[in-house]
Design a protein around this ligand. Structure first.
Ligand code: F3S
Length: 396
């Protein structure tokens, strides 16, 4: 049995209303299932799955009911919506879809959500400090926060993240404890200079399932870590990774007795082939999964300058998806990209927007986007996959 404070016991009995008690029960049940000794306070919550495309009508109605009864008690950031809700309306969506999406947005904002509409809350003012306990649901943000920031978060589902946003607590188990963060496999990478980190991440996700790797032989920057982690948590359900000489907790890992794997260019090339490296002309090139950082916007601008003399061809559409804060903080880069013909998209992304019919063939640089875009339950698109440089060089 979990140890609960007197206040929490009272709330469980209905002192803060039936909806609060119902949400708290989710956390208690989750904690008991995982032998958590107690509930601990969280620094912030990240809610995912807020596009109408993923939430659907039952989820929308549940949120509307909840918004009449409860409020968030900790900073709660939210994932991309189904279209550019606060933007210039670039993303194609029907009026019916927009109306349904607005119902979700209204409910979330009424409960106190912060209108980040981004899967990279760590690129906003709500980035957590190392050591913060979080209840984040976006898998790419969870793996980044654990591995790169040194914060602590399990990969929450929609109900438990919502329950944490309302109560401010999460059960203490898994990635919140030192033993839940230990390396469970060693990966020796035979790295090449043009290693595509998203491909490495996707390959490792498939290989590892949910095991935490200790990775040797790579020299990633933060954007590489973001790309690798997001793909690892999409192709597998890896919640954290350690990179020798790079990430916070790598030095503390005990590696003896762990299964060791070798990954070289051959394995990575083979994996890339499964993503559809070659194929038709794309109807859309989409960059920014997870949402592009300032560094990724600058890199895209540099590639367009070098490969295309600062202007893409008029017949191809190029999107870069990012968040409001990154747009506001990088006006010159955004102006350059816009003048070059790139559409800088805020508040949504190429996966959660309903764009399968408008853009049946999509070209992406992200193994996570490739994983979801081709799924029938998302957009069922034909996917082409390559690096940013290759995408611009070849099609833009
Ligand atoms: Fe973010 Fe959309 Fe990719 S939510 S991680 S850009 S699928």
């Amino acid at each position: 049995m979990m140890e609960l404070s007197r206040d929490l016991e009272a709330a469980l009995g209905g002192a803060k209303g039936p909806r609060y008690a119902e949400l708290l029960r989710i956390l208690v049940a989750l904690g008991e299932l995982n032998d958590a000794p107690r509930l601990i306070p969280v620094w912030s919550v990240q809610l995912s799955g807020i596009s109408f495309k993923t939430m659907g009508t039952p989820g929308t109605e549940f949120l509307e009911d909840a918004a009449r009864e409860v409020r968030f008690s900790v900073p709660t950031t939210i994932n991309p919506a189904g279209y550019d809700v606060g933007g210039p309306g670039i993303v194609p969506a029907s009026e019916d879809f927009k109306e349904k999406q607005q119902r979700i947005v209204r409910s979330l904002l009424a409960m106190g959500a912060i209108s980040t509409f981004s899967c990279t809350p760590y690129t906003t003012q709500y980035s957590p400090p190392p050591g913060a306990h979080l209840a984040w649901a976006e898998s790419s943000a969870v793996i980044y926060s654990n591995s790169v920031i040194g914060a602590f978060s399990n990969r929450e589902g929609a109900p438990s993240a919502l329950a944490s946003a309302v109560t401010g607590f999460t059960p203490e188990y898994g990635l919140h404890l030192p033993e839940g963060r230990r390396a469970q496999a060693v990966i020796n990478v035979e790295s090449s200079k043009d290693l595509h980190y998203s491909s490495l991440g996707g390959y490792l996700g498939k290989l590892l399932g949910s095991r935490i790797p200790f990775i040797r032989g790579i020299h990633p920057d933060v954007d590489d870590l973001k790309a690798m982690g997001s793909a690892m948590s999409a192709w597998g359900s890896v919640p954290m990774f350690h990179v020798e000489g790079v990430t916070h907790e790598a030095e503390r890992q005990v590696l003896s007795g762990l299964e060791t794997y070798h990954v070289g260019p051959e394995e990575i090339t083979q994996f890339e082939r499964t993503l559809g490296l070659d194929g038709d002309e794309p109807s859309l090139i989409a960059i920014g999964c997870p949402h592009a950082t300032a560094g990724e916007l600058r890199y895209l601008a540099r590639v367009i300058r070098e490969k295309r003399g600062g202007k893409i061809k008029p017949r191809i559409e190029v999107w870069v998806c990012t968040n409001r804060q990154v747009i506001q903080e990088n006006p010159d880069t955004v102006a350059f990209l816009t003048a070059a013909g790139v559409k800088v998209i805020q508040d949504t992304c190429m996966v959660v927007a309903p764009i399968g019919t408008s853009y049946p063939v999509i070209a992406v640089n992200s193994a996570k986007a490739a994983f979801y875009a081709s799924k029938r339950s998302f957009s069922g698109q034909k996917v082409l996959y390559a690096t940013t440089e290759e995408l611009i060089d070849r099609w833009a």
